[in-house]
Design a protein around this ligand. Structure first.
Ligand SMILES: Cc1ncc(COP(=O)(O)O)c(C=O)c1O
Length: 414
């Protein structure tokens, strides 16, 4: 095995760290392949949050007592941990939000209100998750901007030729999903960033599916905004990150308002707290912040490069197998440096029935439209099954999936 990947021994050890992987589902070992929806948590994350609640719980930025000081320090350190993990210049560029969705909404609402006027254009891709589409539909109706969409070329990847013609002097922002939650495709950000830069537009990246799986450095990517969720990268729900270039965040108005995001308040008006707290109104998810911090410790202790390399091995293995099964219809997946995320159907079997039967084998997959209806319509896909892998999944688990798929096919096609 590639020494830059994970060894069988390591995977075994990693699996020991995740208590839920010991569960039986319908009498079978759990095979959890719904990682694009949310990921499982290692003991260290669970214990860190439990420890915080048992020993350090207090609100942040409010009290000078010992617990308040400890909680505040841990909360701010979690910002620093995320900043370091993604290569941001400082924690001032790291806004804690509820999830990627809230981060994307923050940009759509706050940045647009300051920088967009009627007839300005925002260019998105046909691949966007609803969370980087619906907020822009709202802005279109509110401000009167125009939206344009980059589609796929005949090779099934983003059509950069079309992008060149869509991104013009009227474009103020290009919004792009880094990795598709439906197809597993990883989009090359650089050419889109260059096109955006050439016309003076900003670039926003939805990193909800990329940050958990591939090494990301926002300095190298040189994008203006990047959003992700902790729960998709071994951390708890209720917390996510919006990275923004400092000079932009400084100029943007607050999104939500209230406690903690202000500097001074009178009955006539208010001034804002310094970054990132200007965008963190109210009591934040400080318990979850410690879990997010610990999730990053866990990922860093293994190394994102090695995690990605291991997942690429899984991706190739699963792709080759699914692609060779004549009773499987696999949608839009390209072998290569993509995520181990597969949308497919068993011929003649509704995906909800298939997902239900897979559950009888202890296998958890998603079925549905994956919050990307425009992409599904564009590719003439209806509902599908989606199997999405992470660092604790194995080829043996994939084999059990293949066997179960064949059994289900035979059951329906006797
Ligand atoms: C590509 C992508 N963007 C955004 C989101 C939204 O993430 P969350 O629900 O954590 O806000 C998801 C969730 O599946 C996603 O896959």
């Amino acid at each position: 095995m590639d020494e830059k990947s994970l060894t069988d021994e390591e995977i075994k050890k990693i699996r020991e760290d995740f208590p839920i992987l010991k569960r039986k589902i319908n009498g079978e070992d759990l095979i959890y392949l719904d990682n694009a929806a949310t990921t499982q948590k290692p003991k260290s994350v669970i214990e860190r949050m439990e420890n915080f609640l048992k020993n350090s719980n207090a609100n942040i930025h409010r009290a000078i007592h010992t617990l308040g000081y400890e909680a505040t320090t841990m909360y701010e350190n979690a910002h620093k941990k995320v900043a370091n993990f993604i290569g941001a210049k400082s924690m001032k560029e790291i806004v804690f939000v509820r999830n990627a969705t809230e981060g994307l909404n923050l940009v759509a609402h706050s940045w647009s209100s300051r920088f967009l006027k009627p007839s300005d254009e925002v260019v998105l891709t046909i691949m966007e998750h609803h969370s980087n589409l619906v907020p822009w539909l709202i802005m279109r109706d509110k401000i009167g901007i125009n939206l344009k969409f980059i589609k796929l070329n005949k090779d099934g990847v983003l059509d950069l030729k079309e992008a060149e013609s869509l991104i013009t002097k009227k474009t103020k922002l290009v919004g792009v999903i880094h990795a598709s939650n439906v197809l597993g495709l990883i989009n090359d950000i650089k050419p889109l960033r260059e096109m955006a830069r050439n016309v003076g537009a900003k670039i926003l990246v939805d990193g909800a599916q990329s940050l958990p799986h591939i090494p990301v450095n926002v300095k190298e990517l040189d994008v203006d905004f990047f959003a992700a969720s902790s729960h998709k990268m071994l951390g708890p729900t209720g917390i996510g990150v919006l990275y923004g270039k400092r000079e932009l965040l400084e100029e943007m108005p607050p999104f939500l308002t209230g406690g903690d995001m202000i500097s001074t308040v009178t009955l006539q008006g208010a001034t804002w707290n310094e970054l990132p707290f200007k965008f963190e109104a109210g009591t934040p998810a400080f318990v979850e912040a410690t879990g997010f911090d610990e999730a990053i410790n866990y990922l860093e202790s293994i190394g994102m490069e090695r995690i990605f390399n291991y997942e690429k091995e899984l991706e190739r293995y699963v792709y080759e197998n699914l692609n060779s099964m004549d009773f499987i219809e696999l949608y839009g997946h390209k072998a290569g440096d993509n995520l181990a995320v597969f949308s497919f159907n068993i011929k003649g079997v509704h995906p909800h029935d298939a997902a239900n039967l897979l559950d009888k084998f202890g296998i958890a997959v998603r079925s549905g439209n994956h919050c990307a209806q425009p992409l599904m319509n564009y590719l003439n896909m209806d509902n599908t099954l989606r199997a999405s892998f992470y660092l604790y999944n194995t080829k043996e688990e994939a084999q059990k999936l293949f066997v179960a798929l064949e059994k289900i096919y035979k059951l329906f096609n006797r």
